[in-house]
Design a protein around this ligand. Sequence first.
Ligand code: ADP
Length: 249
Amino acid sequence: LLTFHDLTPLRRVEEMRADFVANASHELRTPLAALSGFIETLQGSAREDTKARERFLAIMQEQARRMARLIDDLLSLSRIELNAHRRPDTPVDLVPIVRQVVDGLEMLAHDRGVSVNVEAANALTVLGDRDELVRLFENLIENALKYGAAGKRVDIKLAPGAAADGSPEAQVGVRDYGPGIAPEHLPRLTERFYRVDVTESRAQGGTGLGLALVKHILNRHHGRLTIESAPGAGATFTVHLPTAGTGAA
Ligand code: ADP
């Protein structure tokens, strides 16, 4: 008896993993190189220069924070992947979760001059992991505040709806009125480390992992993300989560 195994999918997974490690290392090496460079400068030419020292230390702190954010996101991603096949089974209401996230981002919204409006159903219950859902909405709303700031306004709408097959779902739309995203980027946005504009993402303190986290959290919840956008017309990121079997009406 001969059995054949198609190794192609396996090899593909291995390649993706290798790519991911290479990307993650590169992302960590960039701030690390900056830190090493400034340490050398502080030990050498800038030793007695108080003004330069202050400035360099501030940059070094920012680079260290960037490394910390990246490690944080990498750990979250691996934790979510570890539980990928265990669907959360606790009923949670999305409305207070979204409101809590909006409150937490009030400072950022204020800094960017953006007003956030939340329009919500009375309650919108899904089976979920509370912490992961907080993380998910943090990423989407933070992106809208950062990349869509020019629009001055972000609208969040929570409402019951139906999936294509008619099954009930909760829909949460996060709409901004910023520059939007060109269509060729849309299918790739949830890939790890994919960014439309790397410089802009770095300037905003991004890691390139936010939407990958969103996608993994949604997979675990049997949900999905849709993105509608056109250049100049802002962007709407909509989260769809099944509500059947939650005990909610
Ligand atoms: P990052 O850490 O870079 O923000 P994300 O995975 O959260 O990473 O987002 C990936 C990229 O998608 C961002 O770098 C940005 O180019 C683009 N993007 C995300 N949200 C928006 C938005 N609301 N408007 C325009 N571009 C966006």
